[in-house]
Design a protein around this ligand. Structure first.
Ligand code: ADP
Ligand code: MG
Length: 343
């Protein structure tokens, strides 16, 4: 199963009712890569996925290429893509094996051959024991495994997944997420995975495209997007964000609570964004930035610490579970320069 490289060139989408769901975007997905489209509901993720699938046509001028070949005017059945939806979209009164073999039947593959091929995929997904069951006799997690097996059975060049785990409960979601992750890596298939869940995006993506209002806010590796968000929107969407306002002078970010060394040129107005894990709590004499412990929450593997940095500025840090902290005491904050960003 060799994945295709996908190029999206200047693809926008305005629906017939006038809704502008997507501004023209440019995007590439490398062969074998898992690209995650992440953003709030209504930002255009499904629209972009459907353009890649061939379920919608882009506005005039937009082009979609698979391995350099223009597929813009090819319908979905000629693009050799596999799709997985939140709603499974399986045939409820057909057996598991018939569902998985369905795409092969549509392609005119003989019964024996398609049952063998479908059986192999069921085995790979470790659901071969369910082959004869009807879909309406399965749990949600089993159904989604069948939907994934069906999408993979046609040996797609590109696998497209639209919020496949959203309908499942939290524990199952995490379990299936790591199964999907292992599968995508093992098959080195090209995948575009849509989600509004930041944890899912960070765990699964080789790269993440953060979307907002029908446009791309940032494209980067999970670490880029998490530690070096392009703006406040991306910062807040992918996790807890600390913010300090101040200015940069002589490679130091100066704020009311002290200074933080930064690799940036002078600017009069700047904000420093960083995650709780980018902070190390030390003795106040060992850091340029000092804040008071306001609240400590023991979380098992670590403690979450709320700090007051003066002028009502609250910061959140993470500390090892065994660090002794007393509300009211002053602590020094060392912020990892590789895991903070100036905006
Ligand atoms: P997401 O998947 O990120 O939630 P969608 O791509 O489904 O976003 O939708 C983007 C925008 O386009 C939304 O405002 C949505 O209401 C609108 N939209 C989606 N599909 C249609 C359609 N078939 N006709 C008109 N508007 C649509
Ligand atoms: Mg959607």
């Amino acid at each position: 199963m060799k994945g295709a490289a996908v190029t999206v060139a200047g693809c926008g989408k305005t629906y017939p009712d006038g809704t502008r769901a997507l501004s023209p975007v440019d995007l590439t997905v490398a062969a074998g890569e898992t690209l995650v489209l992440l953003g709030p509901s209504g930002c255009g993720k499904t629209t972009l996925l459907r353009l890649i699938a061939g379920l919608e046509a882009p506005d005039a001028g937009g082009r979609i290429l698979f391995d350099g070949a223009d597929v813009t005017h090819l319908p979905i059945e000629k693009r050799n893509v596999g799709m997985v939806f939140q709603s499974y979209a399986l045939f409820p009164n057909m057996s598991v094996i018939d569902n998985v073999a369905y795409g092969l039947r549509v392609r005119g593959i003989a019964r024996e051959a398609r049952r063998a091929q479908a059986g192999a995929v069921l085995e790979m997904m470790r659901i071969d024991a369910l082959a004869a069951r009807r879909i309406d006799q399965l749990s949600g997690g089993q159904r989604q495994r069948v939907a994934l097996a069906r999408a993979l059975a046609v040996r797609p060049r590109v696998l497209l997944l639209d919020e496949p785990l959203t309908a499942l409960d939290a524990a199952l979601r995490e379990h299936l997420r790591s199964e999907i992750d292992a599968l995508l890596r093992r098959l080195s298939i090209t995948a575009v995975y849509v989600t509004h869940d930041q944890a899912e995006a960070l765990a699964l993506g080789d790269r993440i495209v953060v979307m907002r209002n029908g446009a791309i806010a940032q494209v980067g590796t999970p670490r880029d997007v998490y530690f070096r968000p392009a703006d406040d929107f991306v910062a807040d969407f992918v996790g807890i964000t600390n913010r300090l306002t101040g200015r940069v002078r002589n490679a130091r970010f100066e704020t009311a609570a002290g200074v933080v060394p930064v690799a940036a040129s002078d600017r009069p107005d700047a904000r420093l964004l960083f995650r709780p894990e980018a902070v190390r709590l030390v003795s106040p004499v060992d850091a340029g930035l000092v804040a008071r412990v306001a609240q400590v929450e023991f979380q098992g593997p670590r403690q979450r610490v709320v700090l007051e940095a003066g002028d009502g500025v609250r910061l959140i840090a993470e500390a090892p579970a065994d660090l002794a902290l007393t509300p009211g005491e002053a602590m020094g904050l060392v912020i990892d320069p590789a895991r903070c960003t100036l905006v």
